[in-house]
Design a protein around this ligand. Structure first.
Ligand SMILES: Cc1ncc(COP(=O)(O)O)c(C=O)c1O
Length: 372
C-alpha cells in the first residue's frame, strides 16, 4: 500500500488539452432534446478524461468529444468493480451566469470513496477544474425547463488489464454531463416508499458510506421490488437489527415532528453522507429548528405517524432535491405520513435550498461556486 499512499499525496496542477467536437449536435436536435430532458437520458457533446498510472500520477487530461471508450475484456473494473462516482448539478443563475453547488464537498467525498476502494485520490482543485471546463464547453446544454439543470457525473474506474485481485495500477477519471429535468417521472408532489425487509444496503465495516457502483448494483433488486409493488423508492433498514431506518436507494431521509424538531439518521458508516442532507441541517438550524442526528426505528415511524407526533417525512439528494414521502408500505401493512403530501417544513426548506442554488437568495454559507 506504500505506493498507493504516495499516489494520494501527489498534487498535480494539470493542464487540459482541448479537442473540440468535430460534429457537435445540431442546435435544432439539441433544443428538441432539452425540451423534455427527463433524468439521465441525454448527454452533452463533450467529456473530460484524465488518466492515472502508478509511479506517474495523474496525466493526459483532456476535454474532448463524448465518445465510447474501448476496454480490454480483462479490464479490472469489469471483474472486481473497483469504481466510484459523484453526482452534482450546475445551475443557470437568475442573471444568466452558471454555478456549481458545493463542488468541493463532492471532491472531498470522492476522495473518501477513493480511499475506501483502494484508489488514488484526485486533487480537489483538479476535480473542480475538470467540471468547470466541461460546463463551460457545454454551456448550451442547460435545459430551459422548470427545475432544469446540468447534472455532472464524475467517475473513476480501475483500467488495468489484469485479473489478479489487488488494487489496479491504472485508473481513468471521466466527467460526463446530462441535462436534467425532474428526477421522478411523475414529478410527484409526494413519493411512496417500500420498506425492504429481505435486503439490506450496507453493513458496518462495508462500503455504505462510499459512492461506489457496487452499492447501487446491490440495491437494484429491492428497488425493482418497490416498483413492482407500485412504489417509487425503496427504504433500507440497518443490517444488524433490521429495525432502524437508514436511507433510500439514492436519498437521505428527514423526519419532522409536531413540536417543530427534526431528526435524520446519523452517519455511522453505513449511509451516504449526503451533501443535500448536510446543507439542509445547516439551513434548518439557521431557521432556529432543532435537528437531531439520531436513530429512528420503523416502528416509531409508524406509531408517530398514527399519533400525529410526526407530521412530515422527506427524502433529499442532488437529483431529486427535496421530495416529500407520503406513503410507506412494508410486509406488515402501510401507513400515511402527515397529510400524505408535502408539509410546510418540507416545502420551506426545499424553497430555501433551491433559491440559494439558483442565485435567487443570499448564500450565507458560501456554497455557490460561480463559473460564468
Ligand atoms: C445512497 C445515497 N444516499 C444519499 C444520497 C444523497 O446525496 P447528495 O445529497 O450528496 O446527492 C445519494 C445521492 O448521491 C445516494 O446515492
Amino acid at each position: 500500500m506504500a505506493s498507493l499512499a504516495k499516489a494520494r499525496t501527489m498534487t498535480s496542477p494539470i493542464a487540459f488539452r482541448h479537442l473540440p467536437h468535430p460534429r457537435p449536435t445540431a442546435p435544432a436536435t439539441r433544443d428538441a432534446a432539452l425540451a423534455d430532458p427527463g433524468f439521465g437520458k441525454i448527454f452533452s457533446d463533450h467529456m473530460i478524461s484524465i488518466e492515472f498510472t502508478r509511479g506517474r500520477g495523474w496525466h493526459s487530461a483532456t476535454l474532448g468529444p463524448r465518445e465510447p471508450i474501448a476496454l480490454d475484456p480483462a479490464c479490472a473494473v469489469l471483474h472486481y468493480a473497483q469504481e466510484i462516482f459523484e453526482g452534482l448539478k450546475a445551475y443557470r443563475l437568475a442573471d444568466g451566469g452558471t454555478a456549481l453547488f458545493r463542488p468541493k464537498a463532492n471532491a472531498a467525498r470522492f476522495n473518501r470513496s477513493a480511499a475506501r476502494l483502494a484508489m488514488p485520490e484526485m486533487p480537489e482543485d483538479t476535480f473542480v477544474e475538470a467540471i468547470r471546463q466541461l460546463v463551460l464547453a457545454d454551456a448550451e446544454w442547460f435545459p430551459p425547463v422548470e427545475g432544469g439543470s446540468l447534472y455532472l457525473r464524475p467517475f473513476m474506474f480501475a483500467s488495468e488489464t489484469f485479473l489478479g485481485v489487488r488494487p489496479s495500477n491504472e485508473y481513468r477519471f471521466l466527467v460526463i454531463a446530462s441535462p436534467a429535468g425532474n428526477y421522478f417521472k411523475s414529478g410527484a408532489p409526494a413519493v411512496s416508499i417500500w420498506v425492504s425487509q429481505d435486503y439490506t444496503r450496507a453493513a458496518s465495516g462495508g462500503t455504505g458510506a462510499a459512492k461506489c457502483g457496487g452499492n447501487y448494483a446491490a440495491s437494484l433488486v429491492p428497488q425493482a421490488e418497490a416498483i413492482a409493488r407500485g412504489h417509487d423508492q425503496v427504504v433500507f433498514l440497518d443490517a444488524a437489527e433490521r429495525k432502524w431506518i437508514e436511507e433510500l436507494g439514492g436519498m437521505n431521509l428527514f423526519f419532522v415532528f409536531a413540536d417543530g424538531t427534526m431528526l435524520t439518521p446519523p452517519l455511522g458508516g453505513t449511509i451516504l453522507p449526503g451533501i443535500t442532507r448536510d446543507s439542509l441541517i445547516a439551513l434548518a438550524r439557521d431557521e432556529g429548528l432543532e435537528v437531531r442526528e439520531e436513530r429512528y426505528s420503523l416502528d416509531q415511524w409508524r406509531d408517530d405517524s398514527a399519533s400525529g407526533k410526526l407530521t412530515e417525512t422527506f427524502a433529499c439528494g442532488t437529483a431529486a432535491v427535496v421530495t416529500a414521502v407520503g406513503r410507506v408500505a412494508g410486509q406488515d401493512g402501510e401507513f400515511t405520513v402527515g397529510s400524505g403530501g408535502p408539509g410546510q417544513v418540507t416545502s420551506k426548506l426545499r424553497q430555501r435550498l433551491v433559491a440559494i442554488q439558483r442565485g435567487e437568495a443570499p448564500d450565507p454559507h458560501g456554497w455557490v461556486t460561480r463559473l460564468s
